[in-house]
Design a protein around this ligand. Structure first.
Ligand SMILES: [Zn+2]
Length: 82
């Protein structure tokens, strides 16, 4: 099954940082708003996430980058106010 590749831990593909940067600048279109695509009853990720990321570690890495980006934008905002 192709989906199983997304979750396996034996052969995790390396993260492509350039691809991650591309995704940050051009966020992929997902079916849910703000990355809240529903997970199915087994807690598996939505199809649209599987179609963008080859492995769940990539998805988690991307979420961290997004969070970091939002936080640094927020810090910029606070610093401008002071
Ligand atoms: Zn989705």
């Amino acid at each position: 099954m192709k989906d199983d590749y997304f979750y396996q831990t034996d052969d995790i593909p390396p993260i492509d940082n350039e691809h991650m940067q591309d995704l940050l600048e051009n966020p992929p279109m997902l079916c849910g708003d703000e990355w809240d695509c529903p997970e199915d009853f087994e807690g598996k990720k939505c199809r649209c996430i599987l179609s963008v990321f080859p492995h769940e570690t990539h998805y988690e890495h991307y979420l961290k980058l997004v969070k970091h980006k939002i936080e640094s934008a927020f810090v910029d905002l606070i610093q401008k106010d002071n």
